[in-house]
Design a protein around this ligand. Structure first.
Ligand code: G6P
Length: 354
């Protein structure tokens, strides 16, 4: 218990370690003196297109975020579930860049995909937390996310660190940066701290702890966060939870929405926020409680039963902050339900079988 530093669970400790984890991830890669991102270990990495990401679980959601960041910068990028990489015929050859996103660096599905990429002569990059891991040893390049050890089976700080590392990778691969981009990154640790200090997530969790199911919606950079919010909820509460791209709601999932299915709507100052607000109104009309996670409360509060506010960090990084609120909601629902938060049933921190 000494390792929990006074927190009831490693997961809660690790959620609170995120400002520190992000500072470590950024250290010497972005500085106030320079408007470029410098990742020393990637000095001789060359861009080849398209960039293909392979990953599982939470890391897959980070990879989705990373691919979108690259596409935003005009670099074609795709995300594959590592377990499907060998099955579904993904076109790779010696001109491909394959990025394995893996906290542990040992996930069997991800390692298989990376080995396959190596075997056809593709360039491989491991984005990992674990020095000396299989992924770090076997890939051509490695970028460390530097989150520090994570004990809780449900990934929290490593997800945030992956998001930030991928943002830096997108800058390195596109050779594009700006003072504003660097400033956004440098502001994140304090903004995360602000979310941790001011969050109302516990009260929201207490209000909805006995719901039938939880839904999470978001578009653009918020889509991967919606999926991650639902995964976290499933993993540690054992309750039904699903995340959707907000626009897909009307193509099926809306049939599940009732007054017993709270909907967490990620509405940030993004392009197309107005469309997500339209989706919020659709679920409201079916009597679902709406919890808006937002940096623009003035736009959403009239449609929301609760608002979990986050500071504005721009279209790319406000979703990183929104995710912290969702981690806290899941944690407090699981806590109220008395779940085995650090070691959920049936799950392992690192899955070394395919
Ligand atoms: C397991 C863990 C997940 C994790 C996934 C990928 O399923 O329970 O939390 O996201 O593996 O792990 P990796 O180490 O490759 O990121």
């Amino acid at each position: 218990d000494a390792g929990k530093s006074g927190y009831d669970h490693y997961m809660l400790k690790e959620i609170h370690e995120q400002p520190k984890a992000i500072r470590q991830c950024l250290r010497e890669r972005v500085t106030e003196l320079d408007s470029t991102v410098v990742v020393e270990e990637l000095a001789d990495l060359e861009l080849s297109e398209p960039v293909q990401f392979v990953a599982c679980g939470t890391s897959y959601h980070a990879a989705m975020f990373g691919a979108e960041l690259l596409r935003e910068r005009g670099i074609p990028a795709q995300t594959f579930l590592a377990s499907e990489f060998g099955t579904d015929r993904v076109p790779i050859d010696e001109s491909s860049l394959v990025v394995g996103v893996t906290q542990s660096g040992e996930t069997a599905d991800t390692m298989r995909a990376l080995r396959e990429a190596n075997s056809v002569g593709a360039t491989t990059l491991a984005l990992t937390n674990t020095v000396g891991s299989s992924a770090a040893r076997e890939c051509d390049h490695v970028m460390y996310i530097r989150a520090g050890p994570e004990i809780g089976v449900a990934a929290t700080k490593t997800f945030a660190s992956q998001q930030v590392a991928l943002a830096m990778l997108s800058s390195v691969l596109s050779a594009e940066s700006s003072p504003a981009f660097v400033e956004r990154l440098r502001a994140l640790p304090d903004q995360i701290q602000q979310v941790l200090d001011e969050s109302d997530a516990r009260a929201v969790a207490e209000t909805y702890e006995d719901s039938d199911a939880y839904f999470f919606i978001g578009r653009g950079f918020n889509e991967s966060v919606a999926l991650e919010g639902a995964l976290k909820m499933k993993e540690i509460t054992y309750k039904h939870a699903e995340g959707f791209a907000a626009g897909e709601l009307k193509h099926g999932p809306l049939a599940l929405v009732t007054d017993r299915t709270p909907v967490f709507a990620l509405v940030t100052s993004e392009r197309d926020a107005a469309k997500t607000l339209g989706n919020v109104q659709e679920v409201k009309a079916r009597d679902a409680p709406v919890i808006a996670v937002t940096d623009v409360p003035e736009k959403v509060s009239e449609y929301a039963d609760h608002v979990l506010e986050v500071p504005s960090a721009g279209p790319r990084f406000t979703p990183v902050l929104a995710n912290i609120q969702l981690q806290l909601v899941s944690y407090w629902v699981a806590n109220r339900l008395g779940r085995s938060i650090d070691k959920p049933r049936n799950l392992a921190k690192s899955v070394t079988v395919e």
